[in-house]
Write a new protein. Structure first.
Length: 217
């Protein structure tokens, strides 16, 4: 990895943990940019699950340790979160199937499909398995709701790219990445799939419908 050429990254889930920068406020080195994951998202996901599916009492965050291992470190920093949200590591679709089958037997279970390259590449398969086991689920990626997922709440990727262009312009004009604070998301999208809600016998509260940026009917 270059240590001299200026780099502006976009949609990095964990730029600090990956060693791209020292911290968001003081990147250091030759890199800065815009991240795709902000810790408060986890609590928001659980809140939305309970609003759409009031029977939900627990949830599990499903990720691949090989592509998104930073979730371990994040949960270590917030030990109380583990009493509400479980981490469920998976490494392939076979393990996804086994995990979801087990969760489907638990009362009040639900699933969070967060930012993770594995979840992007295997998105269609994950959505199909979640549907088969009839679990309330929330995704971070809009495209997985378009593929049949129940709902998504996550950073607006178009906004992130627009903001990145501003940083690229500043770097080309002579600014140093080390002097440009890396930034967490500031604009989010909420997408609901009413077709999927109907299949799960869920009634989406009118207030959530009003708040949604996009509703698939």
């Amino acid at each position: 990895m270059t240590k001299t050429i200026p780099v502006v990254f976009v949609l990095s889930a964990d730029p600090v943990g990956l060693g791209y920068i020292d911290s968001l406020s003081r990147p250091g080195g030759n890199m800065t940019g815009f991240s795709f994951f902000d810790p408060p998202l986890v609590g928001k996901w659980f809140e939305l699950l309970q609003q759409v599916a009031p029977t939900v009492t627990q949830t599990s965050l499903m990720f691949n340790p090989g592509t998104a291992g930073f979730y371990y470190k994040f949960f270590e920093g917030l030990p109380g979160l583990g009493t509400i949200i479980k981490l469920v590591p998976v490494r392939n679709l076979a393990e996804v199937e086994t995990t979801l089958a087990g969760l489907a037997k638990e009362v009040g279970a639900s699933i969070i499909v967060p930012a993770d390259p594995f979840n992007v590449v295997n998105g269609a398969g994950i959505v199909a398995l979640v549907e088969r086991f009839r679990l309330p689920a929330i995704y971070v990626y809009r495209q997985l709701v378009l593929a049949g997922g129940l709902m998504a709440y996550g950073p607006d990727t178009f906004d992130a790219f627009r903001r990145t262009a501003g940083y690229v312009d500043r770097v080309l004009r002579g600014a140093r990445p080390a002097d440009l604070p890396a930034q967490a998301p500031t604009k989010y999208e909420f997408i609901l799939n009413l077709k999927t809600a109907k299949k799960l016998n869920l009634t989406v509260p009118p207030l959530l419908l009003v708040r949604a940026d996009e509703v698939i009917e």
